[in-house]
Design a binder for this molecule. Structure first.
Ligand code: ASP
Ligand code: MG
Length: 460
C-alpha cells in the first residue's frame, strides 16, 4: 500500500490513511512518500548557499511540520516518535552544515538530503498506525538493502539484489504481525551511497518492494480515482479506465498522465503483479487496475494524454539520412548537457528531437557547438504540445491510427512530427500548443462521442 505525499497532509488525510491500512485484512506493507511539499522544500533549501541561521530555522520548521502530524495523545508511541524525529533532524543538520561549509552540493549529497523527507514521513505514519493499535515499524530502504545503480537522481533498482536483501527482513516483520512502513523514493548503491529513484519515485519503490516479496497487488493510494480516458479538465466526458496493460500505463505516465511514475510498472510487470490506483477519498471505488493485457476491444484507443510544454529541435543536413552516427551525435550531445529527449524522428534531410521547453537554452548552446561538424544548421520551435494516444489497437488493428488523424485533421489542426510504431500501444505526435485542447477533444469525441461517459468503457 503506497501513500503519496498528498495523502500525508492534514489530520483528515492522515486518519484516512490509518483507516484504509487498518481495514486491509491481508498481510500488508506500507510504502510512503515524503509529506506534501517536503521534498521540494529540501531541494530548494540546498539549491543555494545558506547561512547557519537559515539552517536552524529550516530545521525547526521541518521538525515542527512532522511533530504536528504525530498522534496528539501523549504516551509511549508519541515519545518514541519524537525521539526518532529528533535523531533524523540531527543527522540532517550535520548534513546541511556540511553542505554549507564545503559550499558544494554533489548529486550524491543532494540525494542523501532529499531522502530525509521519506525518513521523517515513515516515522510519522508508523506512529499513527501504532496509535490505531497496529504494530507498525518504520523501515528505511537503505538499511533494508534496496540496491540501485549509481545514477543519482534517477537510479534504477537492481532487482535480484533487492529481492535477496529485502525479502528476509520484511517477511520476518510480517510474520511477527508487524506492519512495516517503508520509505519510498530512495535506495542505496552497492558501495553504500544513498540514491533517489526520480521525482515521484515512491510508486517505483512500492513496485520494487512488491517484486522483492512477490507481494500483490500494489495499491497506489492517491487523491484521484485512477487513469482517465482524457484529462477531465479538457474533456467533459472523460471517464475512469477500469483496466490498462503495463505498456499502456507506462506510455500514458511517460506522456503526461500524472497518475503513476512512468517506471513503476517495470518491476511489477516482471512478476505479473497488478498495480491498482486507489482514491483515498473513495476507498470503495475500484480505481484503475494495471496488469497483464486483457484487452477485449482492439478497435479503439483507451486514453489520450499530453505534455503541454515541449519544443522541437530540428537539425538539418543534406543527406542526414545516410550519414551514420548523425542522430547519435545529436542525442549524445544533448545527453551530455543533461537534456531529456522525449522522442526522435529522422528523415533524409533532418533529425528532429522533442525536448522540454525549459531546456531550449541549454539545447541551443549544446547544438551550436557541434553545428558544422554535425549538421548544417538547426532551429528550435517552442510552443509545441505533444499528444499521446494509447491503446493496444494501434499495433494490431487497421484503421485506428487513421481515425485518430482524421479526427484531428477535421478540426483543421496541423500535425507536425509523428512517432508511431516504436511502441505497439501508443502513437504520439506534436501540434501547435494553441491547438492542444481541440486535438484532445477531437480524438476523444471520435472514439467516445460527445460528452458521453456511459458507453465509454473499453473493457468487455
Ligand atoms: N517525495 C518524492 C518526491 O516528491 C517522491 C515521491 O513523492 O514519490 O518526488
Ligand atoms: Mg511527492
Amino acid at each position: 500500500m503506497k501513500f503519496g505525499g498528498t495523502c500525508l497532509t492534514n489530520e483528515d488525510a492522515l486518519n484516512r490513511v490509518s483507516k484504509v491500512v487498518k481495514d486491509e485484512s491481508e498481510q500488508k506493507i506500507v510504502v510512503v512518500s515524503a509529506a506534501a511539499g517536503v521534498t521540494n522544500a529540501l531541494r530548494d533549501f540546498v539549491s543555494k548557499p545558506r547561512q547557519e541561521k537559515e539552517i536552524d530555522d529550516f530545521l525547526l520548521q521541518m521538525k515542527l511540520k512532522h511533530v504536528e502530524m504525530l498522534p496528539k495523545k501523549d504516551g509511549q508511541t508519541r515519545k518514541e516518535a519524537l525521539e526518532q524525529i529528533e535523531a533524523k533532524i540531527t543527522k540532517l543538520e550535520r548534513l546541511l552544515y556540511g553542505v554549507t561549509y564545503t559550499e558544494e552540493l554533489t548529486p550524491r549529497t543532494n540525494d542523501l538530503v532529499l531522502s530525509f523527507g521519506e525518513r521523517l514521513s515513515a516515522i510519522v505514519v508508523a506512529a499513527r498506525l501504532a496509535h490505531e493499535g497496529m504494530d507498525a515499524v518504520a523501515l528505511e530502504t537503505d538499511a533494508l538493502g534496496m540496491i540501485t545503480n549509481e545514477q543519482y537522481g534517477n537510479a534504477v533498482a537492481v532487482l535480484d539484489k533487492c529481492e535477496k536483501n529485502m525479502a528476509p527482513p520484511l517477511h520476518a516483520a510480517i510474520k511477527k504481525g508487524q506492519v512495516p512502513v517503508v520509505t519510498g523514493f530512495f535506495g542505496i548503491t552497492e558501495s553504500g551511497h544513498v540514491t533517489t529513484v526520480g521525482r515521484s519515485g515512491t510508486d517505483y519503490t512500492a513496485a520494487v518492494v512488491a517484486y522483492a516479496l512477490d507481494a500483490r497487488p500494489v495499491e497506489i493510494w492517491k487523491e484521484v480515482d485512477g487513469f482517465m480516458s482524457a484529462d477531465p479538465k479538457i474533456v467533459k466526458g472523460a471517464f475512469l479506465l477500469e483496466r490498462l496493460s503495463y505498456e499502456e500505463a507506462a506510455e500514458l505516465a511517460y506522456f503526461g498522465a500524472q497518475v503513476l511514475h512512468p517506471r513503476a510498472v517495470q518491476p511489477a510487470r516482471l512478476k505479473g503483479i497488478d498495480m491498482v490506483i486507489k482514491n483515498l477519498y473513495k476507498p470503495a471505488s475500484p480505481g484503475t487496475v494495471i496488469g497483464k493485457s486483457k484487452h477485449a476491444r482492439k478497435d479503439v484507443i483507451k486514453s489520450v494524454s499530453y505534455l503541454p510544454n515541449v519544443a522541437a529541435l530540428k537539425v538539418y543536413d543534406t543527406g542526414a539520412g545516410y550519414k551514420s552516427g548523425f542522430l547519435a551525435y545529436i542525442t549524445t550531445c544533448l545527453h551530455e548537457a543533461n537534456i531529456n529527449i522525449f522522442s526522435a524522428t529522422t528523415s533524409q534531410t533532418c533529425a528532429a528531437v522533442l525536448i522540454e521547453e525549459a531546456d531550449i537554452a541549454g539545447a541551443k548552446k549544446a547544438i551550436k557547438a557541434i553545428i558544422g561538424t554535425v549538421g548544417e544548421n538547426f532551429e528550435v520551435n517552442p510552443g509545441v504540445a505533444l499528444v499521446c494516444a494509447v491503446g493496444e489497437g494501434f499495433g494490431e488493428t487497421k484503421g485506428v491510427a487513421a481515425r485518430v488523424f482524421n479526427a484531428v485533421a477535421a478540426k483543421n489542426v496541423n500535425v507536425d512530427l509523428i512517432s508511431a510504431g516504436a511502441s505497439m500501444v501508443a502513437y504520439h505526435f506534436t501540434v501547435d500548443r494553441k491547438d492542444l485542447k481541440n486535438t484532445i477533444t477531437a480524438i476523444h469525441d471520435e472514439f467516445w462521442g460527445k460528452n458521453d461517459n456511459s458507453s465509454g468503457s473499453a473493457e468487455s
